[in-house]
Design a binder for this molecule. Structure first.
Ligand code: FAD
Length: 391
């Protein structure tokens, strides 16, 4: 039988240079050997496999695209391919990694002072320090750009923060959490580096999530939380700066959607070749082949779109609307791919041990985070029509 390979247009084996291809295969082998055997058990318990952190650090892929500070300085194409590899095995692990390497390190890399970059990035690259990114609030999700209610009040060399943040990935154990708050004096959004153990900073683990169960999401309460001016992100002056981070990470989320779809497609294809009904492998039935080809079409469209997206990023041409279009398209198509994967597996499609059920659930989280379909569509709509539908 032909090999099972969700990279139908050969991006990995023809578009990467030798060194990057070797890294892709090394990361894939690591994920298959070290991560895959653990994920279903941790997913079920809704716990995080901390033993994997030093092993992931050893791959030297954290902060992959950043220049300096011990970071590898590789291309965005490569970073996207690795996000896909991670999500292909487990979308929770790729989300944990995306928060660390993208949202948290990216905020410091893009918006921190030189001293802040020197202090945090080398240790975060080695994953000795784990970060989180707190933007969303219990009452403010999509409207974060203009509506944050968490406040920051300057008092001499300190700031006093009050408010709540919901859904904050990694925050139950993070060493540093970036909190976005509205400065009550100039009404602009600013970013603050909150160190673990800071007084007035309390995190409660969110319970009973039905997707990305390995990711530890926290509900954060800030009660007169004091932060030194030195720990304010020195180059974050308004939400426009926050959006620079989201532009970069949304591209990564689009790649994660590809990985989730690829994992589901490859699992389903393998299953249909061995599962027999009516005396024949179900893969030989026309209606099953139609599902598989629909899945592969979507998957291939997503991969090639993301590849081009990352090339634009490498060329310094990526815009918010480029990233939003890819996030919308991929998270929507992924839902279709995973549901067909579940369908061709019959009853086993809802059993955790066959992996596809986990991909189905996790696709729902990708669909909502880093901007819902509606919000990313409105970002693209604004760009192509010239009219903003945001209030
Ligand atoms: P709402 O904003 O309440 O939206 C509800 C519905 O209304 C959606 O369908 C939305 O599209 C629609 N809607 C809203 N406004 C409009 C409009 N103008 N026009 C049309 N439709 C509209 N946040 C962080 O800060 N850090 C994290 O680490 C993080 N991790 C997350 C992990 C997971 C698993 C999840 C699910 C979320 C995470 N989030 C995180 C939050 C995430 O970014 C938000 O859930 C997301 O932005 C949507 O906000 P909301 O859930 O409040 O939905």
């Amino acid at each position: 039988l032909p090999p099972i390979n969700g990279d139908f247009y050969h991006l990995g084996d023809t578009a990467l240079n030798e060194e990057d291809r070797a890294l892709q295969l090394k990361v894939r082998a690591f994920l298959e050997k070290e991560v895959k055997p653990l994920v279903n058990a941790y997913w079920l318990k809704a716990e995080f496999p901390f033993e994997l952190i030093p092993k992931i650090a050893e791959l030297n892929i954290c902060g992959l695209t950043y220049q300096g500070y011990g970071c590898p300085g590789k291309s965005n194409v490569m970073e996207g391919m690795l996000a896909m590899e991670m999500a292909r095995v487990d979308t929770s692990m790729s989300t944990f990694f995306g928060v660390q390497s993208g949202l948290a390190m990216g905020s410091i890399y893009l918006l921190g002072s030189e001293a802040q970059k020197q202090e945090w990035l080398p240790a975060m690259q080695k994953m000795k320090i784990i970060g989180a990114f707190g933007l969303t609030e219990p009452e403010v999700g999509s409207a974060a750009a203009g509506g944050l209610t968490t406040t920051a009040k300057r008092q001499g060399s300190k700031w006093i923060l009050n408010g709540q943040k919901k859904w904050i990935g990694n925050s139950t154990f993070s060493d540093v959490t970036i909190i976005w708050a509205r400065d009550v004096d100039d009404n602009q959004v600013k970013g603050f580096l909150i160190r673990k153990g800071n007084k007035g900073f309390a995190v409660e683990k969110m319970q009973d999530k039905m997707a990305l169960r390995i990711v530890q999401n926290g509900l954060i309460t800030l009660t007169n939380c004091e932060v030194d001016e030195e720990d304010r992100l020195q180059n974050a002056n308004s939400f426009k700066d926050t959006a620079k981070v989201l532009r970069m990470t949304r591209a990564g989320v689009a790649w994660q959607a590809v990985g989730c779809a690829r994992g589901a497609y490859e699992s389903a294809l393998a299953y249909t070749r061995t599962r027999k009904q009516f005396g024949k492998p179900i893969a030989s039935f026309q209606l099953i082949q139609n599902h598989l080809v629909e899945m592969l079409s979507n998957l291939t469209a997503m991969q090639t779109l993301c590849f081009r997206l990352s090339q634009l990023q490498d060329q310094g041409l990526l815009t918010d609307e480029h990233a939003s279009l890819a996030k919308v398209f991929c998270s929507l198509r992924t839902r279709d791919v995973v549901s067909r994967a579940r369908e061709v597996m019959g009853g086993n499609g809802i059993l955790l041990e066959y992996d596809v059920a986990r991909f189905v659930a996790d696709a729902e989280a990708i669909y909502s985070y880093e901007g819902t379909k509606e919000i990313n569509s409105l970002i693209v709509g604004r760009a192509i029509t010239g009219f903003s539908a945001f209030v």
